[in-house]
Write a protein that binds this ligand. Structure first.
Ligand SMILES: Nc1ncnc2c1ncn2[C@@H]1O[C@H](COP(=O)(O)OP(=O)(O)OP(=O)(O)O)[C@@H](O)[C@H]1O
Length: 260
C-alpha cells in the first residue's frame, strides 16, 4: 500500500503544563482540501504550525509523501514543496505585487550565483520562465489591476489574494491556508472559495486549512477534522462532522440533545 500524501501520526505538543495538542492523527490525500475546525483554543493553529514546521511536536511524526519531515528545519520547508499563508498577512509591504510574487518564485532559482552576477543567457532564460509563471498566477487570481501597486497601499482583501499568489509562486505541492476568509467580505470570500477549488481541482495542489466560516468550509472541503481541547473529535465529510454530537457539544457547550 502506498503512503498517504500527508500524514500526522499521533502528534502532541505541550506548552509547560498545557497539552495544546494531544495525540492527533490524520492523513490527507493528494489533491484534497482538508480543513481543521474547532472552537477557540482547540489546538488548530498549533497543529498547523507543526505541519508548516514552525513548532516541533513533543512527540509523534509528520510525513510528506512517505518522507519523515518532523525534523525538517523551517528554511527547508519551501524547498520541500510546502507553502503557507498567515492569519495576519505577511508580505513585503514596500514592494509591488509583482515583486512579492517574484520573491516567492525565486526559491526555485537554479542558476549559479556567478552566472547571475554576469547575467549570462542561462540566467536571462530562467528569469523569463519565472516571470511567465508569475504572470500565470496574476491571471489566475485576477491581480493584473494591482500588478505594479505597492502592497502597503492595497485594500485588505487584495493583500490577502496577493499572499495566496505569493504562496502559489513557490509552486507548492502542499498549500497551508490559515483562515483564508478572515477579514474578507461576502464577495471576496466567494472568490476565495472559487480559487481554493481551482487550485486543487485544476492545479493538483493539496490544501490543508484552518477556517471558522462554516459555509466556506462546507463548500470547499473534501474532509474536515474537528478538534477540541487538543484532541480529535471527529473526521469526515463537512456534513458528517457538522452533524456529529461531540462537535455540536464542543461549539455550544452543552449536549446535542439539549439543543433541539
Ligand atoms: N506558544 C504558546 N505558548 C503557550 N501556550 C500556547 C502557545 N500557543 C498556543 N498555546 C495554547 O495552546 C492552546 C491551543 O491554542 P491554538 O492557538 O492552537 O488554538 P486554536 O484552535 O488555533 O484557537 P483560535 O481559534 O483561537 O486561534 C491554547 O490554550 C493556547 O493558549
Amino acid at each position: 500500500m502506498s503512503a498517504p500524501f500527508f500524514e500526522a501520526d499521533d502528534i502532541s505538543v505541550q506548552f509547560g503544563g498545557l497539552k495544546a495538542v494531544d495525540g492527533v492523527s490524520f492523513t490527507v490525500a493528494k489533491g484534497e482540501v482538508f480543513t481543521i475546525i474547532g472552537p477557540n483554543g482547540a489546538g488548530k493553529t498549533t497543529v498547523f504550525n507543526i505541519v508548516s514546521r514552525i513548532y516541533q511536536p513533543t512527540s509523534g511524526r509528520v510525513r510528506l509523501e512517505g518522507t519523515d519531515i518532523t525534523a525538517l528545519p523551517p528554511h527547508k520547508v519551501a524547498g520541500a514543496g510546502i507553502a503557507r499563508t498567515f492569519q495576519n498577512i505577511e508580505l513585503f509591504e514596500h514592494a509591488t505585487v509583482l515583486q512579492n510574487l517574484l520573491i516567492g518564485a525565486h526559491i526555485h532559482r537554479t542558476t549559479h550565483p556567478i552566472a547571475e552576477a554576469l547575467f549570462l543567457p542561462s540566467v536571462m532564460r530562467a528569469e523569463v520562465k519565472l516571470r511567465e509563471q508569475v504572470e500565470e498566477i496574476i491571471d489566475l487570481l485576477d491581480l493584473a489591476v494591482h500588478r505594479d501597486s505597492m502592497v502597503a497601499g492595497l485594500p485588505y482583501g487584495a493583500r490577502k489574494v496577493v499572499e495566496l499568489g505569493r504562496a502559489l509562486a513557490t509552486r507548492p505541492k502542499l498549500l497551508l491556508l490559515d483562515e483564508p476568509s478572515s477579514g474578507l467580505n461576502v464577495e471576496e470570500t466567494e472568490d476565495m472559495a472559487f480559487w481554493i477549488q481551482d487550485i486543487t481541482k485544476d492545479h493538483g495542489i493539496t490544501v490543508i486549512m484552518v477556517e471558522h466560516d462554516m459555509s466556506l468550509v462546507s463548500r470547499v472541503s473534501d474532509r474536515v477534522l474537528a478538534m477540541n481541547q487538543g484532541r480529535v473529535l471527529a473526521t469526515g465529510t463537512p456534513a458528517e462532522v457538522q452533524g456529529h454530537p461531540a462537535v455540536i457539544e464542543a461549539y455550544l457547550g452543552r449536549p446535542a440533545e439539549a439543543v433541539a
